[in-house]
Design a protein around this ligand. Sequence first.
Ligand code: G3P
Ligand code: CA
Length: 359
Amino acid sequence: MVAQKQAPAPTRSTTRSLVVTPAVVAHRGASGHRPEHTLDAYRTAIRMGVDDIELDLVITADGVLVARHENELSLTTDVAEHPELAHHRTTRVVDGRPVSGWFTEDLTLAEVKRLAARERHPELRAHSASHDGVEGVPTFNEVLAAVGAEASRRGRTVGLMVELKHPSHFAAQGLPLVPPLLADLARHGLADPRSRVSVMSFETGVLRELAGLCRLPLVQLLEEGEGSPWDLELAGDPRTWADLVSPEGLAWIAEYADGLGVARSLVLPRGPDGRLGAPTDLVRRAHRHWLTVHVWTLRAENRYLPSDLCGPGGPEAHGGLAAEVRAFLAAGVDGVITDHPDHVVPAVQGLGTRGEVVT
Ligand code: G3P
Ligand code: CA
């Protein structure tokens, strides 16, 4: 979740977090260990001690929110092996790009419930892939029930950072995401700012809509590089990702959002040799607007680590993620979103109060 803010402490050599202890957020559950967006992935993350679960939502033809990263289902389920669903295979233009496969918006919930979840990266995550086929695709309602039950079992509260995927795309098909989001949250008593639920999107319009409808904390996701939020592009608004992290861009975001969720390179770029570079000033500038900053996505495999933190072994071997986490904490971030909470929770627990890094 986006935690309650505190006045920033005086700055010494590093930027300070706005929160007492930066949050560890499990990306799609503990997705380095279980097929992403399964109830087992979320429960595993809670067992590992995360503060929050990050989950992506898309919608079925009959208007039910389900937990998937893409509306195209073949990368993380066995949909291609269901002959009875073959007639749904098609090509759609999603956020301006043609994509072929099976789309949630073409399948009813009953059809989605025939599918088995699979590991996205079996070549990197063989242990996770050994859980292929054990679970199906959960609805948002089922996720809320399962996370609540697991947190209660462990005597804790666990927050949710809920990402709305492709809101303009779905709305254009008569499947807006906001009404079922608020209805599902209300059913669980969670449509309340004290509920530890925040809502994120790469699009701006859906967050601005939510700002007028509820008091949940809202997080603007930001990419690096070329391109722009799809809703701005659709509206003919020329602003790019780079414009949104400019001083004017951050001031605009602060009018409707409470935090940023940023690609890690916007905080700690890597050099041409792949090593971690010096922090940018983004965290400091965001904090001046009282915007919290979460970074995504930290992963333990050598394939994803800075070159100076890779360990022995191939791309699937785990290297020095804890050191990368400490670098982000020293840069003042308020949360880290990770596939490997087992590496990140101990690294964050090595902090003193107010973001001091204890070496
Ligand atoms: O939480 C933000 C992060 O999840 C955004 O990236 O592509 O993994 O949804 P993605
Ligand atoms: Ca996401």
